[in-house]
Design a protein around this ligand. Structure first.
Ligand code: 5AD
Ligand code: SF4
Length: 520
């Protein structure tokens, strides 16, 4: 679920087909929402670049301005319309605006009324048709839409521009059949469609051949993966097979639904450390009454049983979650049960949201009056949970001080002379290193929620080895905050303590939040 909002830069990647000098075709693409959307944007960018478009850093430079949108909560959808309104004037300069993603699918043609300067509206199942839709605009059509729900178009966009140089997203299942009472996803992304296991494995193998060492398997509900091919792999089998691809160092997956989460998945994770030490398992509420009304399909006890299975894994696995506060009818007693659940599980990270009624959903249809928890109460509940969660994370993270974690290096911050990366359990680790940074080729995008780095300084260590993003290093943890660690790169020095030496419950960390460089 990271990051919430990002935009495309040129990033030094060349278009496959050069734009002609007379008609420079440029695009600016801004992404809102989840990792599915981030990956969809990679596919959109790849498709456009293969058709002669060049990505640019700013809207001012772009001929085509695209917003890949999220409609999970009303606030997320509203943000897109606010953003569109801010840049209305650019239309007069001949720029074309397009709305993609979940708001596009949900609102359809109505977007043209709400934001008349928009010319293109397309949902995720229509991205392979984008060049054709844009060609229609270029041919003089004032407005075009791609709102197909045909599933077959969804995965097989021919080109993908990969945003991250070491971690690649791989979609294994699209859509959702669960119909939780609050959730708009089954309506914006359609029903569940799994991708053939051979196609997933071939993509992973080709990513490794390109130099990627970490893949993240994506789906709204990866656990309900059902291989449509004769191999008929279930999710645990697919996960195990991906973990066997030679050359891969890390495999992550998101998102899991407790209803389909099997002990077999934990066994697969326990058997192969390439499968990262992290499970994102949204609980939504700790109250049986609320879970029932949300149509989640499990009870508090059933959820806790899965947590016990996860805790029984021979390697400690970090668990993160999503929680909704203020669902219609949520009493103080229901809320207290959710708070207790946080203590019972000891999550290493939690995304906590205020309930927001969504169109088409069961709870949305209960009517405006049904959203009966006042916003002030929702805010208070959200803040109580956030505060408690931070306290728990700080407490659990302290247990890591003095230990060693393997970290994949992601960025260098020259001002702090500090590196940042993530552990297998998705904890953010900021660290110093005896090795110098390379002079060039550092990521120029702000990642890990920290400011974009300035040009790197000259290497401190003179000639010789340098530390580069993408490397895996052993980091000794010196300090722990609620959301991140600070440590030192051992570079061959010191003992390398492994997970086996950690106490129970020591496997908490920052979770997938946008981390802050809170400790130096
Ligand atoms: N209101 C608030 N939060 C929601 N989520 C999904 N739908 C809603 C809604 N209508 C949250 C859930 C989900 C996460 C991605 O967003 O917690 O797991
Ligand atoms: Fe992602 Fe769901 Fe938001 Fe769509 S609505 S962008 S699928 S989180």
């Amino acid at each position: 679920m990271l990051p919430r909002h990002r935009s495309w830069g040129t990033g030094g990647i060349l278009s496959t087909v050069a734009a002609t000098a007379e008609t420079p075709k440029t695009f600016y693409l801004e992404t809102f929402g989840c990792q599915m959307n981030v990956h969809d944007s990679e596919r959109v960018a790849g498709t456009l670049m293969a058709h002669g478009y060049t990505p640019v850093e700013t809207m001012q430079e772009a001929g085509l301005i695209l917003f890949n949108t999220c409609s999970i909560r009303d606030k997320a959808a509203q943000k897109v319309f606010d953003r569109l309104a801010n840049f209305k004037a650019l239309k007069k300069q001949g720029k074309t605006f397009g709305v993609l993603g979940c708001v596009a699918q949900q609102e359809g043609d109505a977007i043209f009324k709400r934001a008349p300067h928009v010319s293109l509206v397309a949902g995720s199942a229509s991205y392979a048709r984008l060049p054709e839709l844009i060609a229609q605009l270029e041919a003089g059509e004032p407005r075009v839409t791609g709102l197909s729900e045909a599933p077959e178009a969804a995965f097989e966009t021919e080109f993908t521009r990969r945003d991250h140089p070491y971690r690649a997203y791989v979609t294994i299942i699209e859509g959702c059949d669960k119909h939780c009472a609050y959730c708009v996803v089954p309506y914006t992304r359609g029903g569940e469609r799994s991708r053939a296991s051979a196609s997933v494995l071939a993509e992973v193998a080709s990513l490794v051949a390109m130099g990627y060492t970490e893949v993240q398997l994506l789906g709204q509900n990866v656990n309900s993966y059902r291989d449509p091919s004769p191999a008929q792999l279930n999710f645990a089998e697919l996960l195990a097979a991906v973990g066997e691809v030679r050359g891969l160092k890390r495999v992550r997956y998101t998102t899991s639904h407790p209803r389909d989460f099997t002990p077999e998945i934990v066994r697969a994770m326990g058997a192969n450390p390439v499968l990262c030490d992290h499970v994102h398992l949204p609980v939504q509420s700790g109250s049986d009454r609320v879970l029932e009304r949300m149509r989640r399909g499990y009870s508090r006890d059933q959820y806790l049983k899965i947590i016990a299975d996860i805790h029984a894994c021979p390697r400690p696995l970090a668990i993160t979650t999503d929680i909704i506060v203020g669902f219609p009818g949520e009493t103080d007693a229901d809320f207290e049960q959710t708070a207790e659940m946080m203590h019972a599980v000891r999550y290493s990270g939690a995304f906590i949201f205020k309930y927001s009624p969504r169109p088409h959903t069961e709870a949305g249809a209960w009517g405006a009056g049904a959203d009966d928890i006042p916003d002030a109460v929702k805010t208070e509940r959200l803040m109580i949970l956030q505060r408690r969660q931070q306290e728990l994370q700080l407490e659990d993270n302290q247990a890591w001080v003095g230990r060693t974690l393997e970290v994949m290096v992601e960025a260098y911050h020259p001002k702090l002379d500090q590196w940042a990366g993530r552990s297998s359990s998705n904890r953010v680790v900021n660290f110093s290193s005896p090795l110098p940074a390379p002079v060039a080729a550092l990521p120029t995008l702000a990642i890990l929620g920290q400011p974009a780095p300035a040009p790197p300084p000259l290497p401190r260590g003179g000639l010789g080895r340098v530390l580069e993003p993408g490397a895996y290093v052993q980091v000794h943890i010196d300090k722990a905050g609620p959301n991140s660690f600070v440590g030192q790169h051992l570079d061959g020095r010191g003992p390398q303590l492994g997970w086996a030496e950690l106490p129970a419950y020591a496997h908490s960390g920052s979770g997938p939040h946008s981390p802050k460089p809170e400790l130096r």
